[in-house]
Ligand binder design. Structure first.
Ligand SMILES: Cc1cc2nc3c(=O)[nH]c(=O)nc-3n(C[C@H](O)[C@H](O)[C@H](O)COP(=O)(O)O)c2cc1C
Length: 179
C-alpha cells in the first residue's frame, strides 16, 4: 500500500532537531523536539510543540522561560539522552554538561547555537501536542552549522509515546492513561 501522503511530505522536509529545556525551582526538564519553527517576523516569535505525555510539558506549564538548543550533525548522544529517556525516571542533567543560563533555564554547554525564549501563549486544540508560542529574549551562535535532521534520529524510541496522555483530554480526566 502507498505511504500516507501527509507522512511522505513531512518526512521529506527532514526537520532539524532541537533539545528544549526548562526548569521550575530545582526541577529541570528537557526533551528532543522536531516540531518547532519561527512563527512571526515582527515581533519575533518562535513556536514549538510539546507532547502532553512528556515530563518537559508538565514542567513548562509552571515555568516562564525555555532554552532551544539546535543540535548539530553528530550530536547523537544528546539526541538519544533527551529523546529516549524521561525526566519521570532519570535526571538527564546529571548525564551531560549543563550550566544555569539566563532566567534560570538549564543550558547544555555542548550546544553553542541556542535561543532563550519567554513563553507568551499556549494553544491546546485537543491534540497530543500543545503549541507553545514564545518570544526570543537571547540568542547565541557559534556560526553557521550543519543541523542534525530527523532522518538521523527517526529510529529512536521516544521516552514517552505521544499516545500516553490523559483520556479523555480534559482537566477532570483524573489521571486515567490512554493505551
Ligand atoms: C525523533 C523524535 C522526535 C521527537 N519530537 C518531539 C516533539 O516535537 N515534541 C515533543 O514533545 N516530544 C518529541 N519527542 C519525544 C520526546 O523527546 C521523548 O518522549 C522524551 O523522552 C520525553 O522526555 P521527558 O518525559 O523527560 O520530557 C521526539 C522524540 C523523537 C525520538
Amino acid at each position: 500500500m502507498a505511504d500516507d501522503p501527509f507522512d511522505t511530505i513531512m518526512a521529506s522536509l527532514d526537520t532539524p532537531m532541537v533539545v528544549v529545556t526548562t526548569a521550575m525551582g530545582d526541577e529541570r526538564a528537557g526533551c528532543l523536539v522536531g516540531f518547532h519553527a519561527q512563527s512571526s517576523i515582527d515581533p519575533h516569535r518562535y513556536s514549538l510543540w510539546l507532547s502532553k505525555a512528556n515530563h518537559t510539558y508538565r514542567v513548562m506549564l509552571r515555568s516562564g522561560f525555555l532554552a532551544v538548543h539546535y543540535l548539530h550533525d553528530g550530536d547523537d548522544d544528546l539526541a538519544r539522552l533527551f529523546g529516549t529517556t524521561s525526566g519521570d525516571d532519570v535526571d538527564k542533567f546529571t548525564r551531560c554538561a549543563t550550566e544555569e543560563g539566563p532566567h534560570g533555564v538549564p543550558v547544555l554547554t555542548a550546544c553553542p547555537d541556542r535561543l532563550v525564549v519567554r513563553r507568551v501563549a499556549l494553544l491546546d486544540e485537543g491534540g497530543d501536542h500543545v503549541c507553545v508560542v514564545t518570544e526570543p529574549v537571547e540568542a547565541f551562535s557559534g556560526g553557521r552549522f550543519t543541523p542534525m535532521r530527523l532522518s538521523a534520529v527517526d529510529h529512536l524510541e521516544p521516552g514517552h509515546a505521544a499516545e500516553e496522555r490523559l483520556v479523555p483530554p480534559t482537566e477532570r480526566a483524573g489521571g486515567a492513561l490512554g493505551s
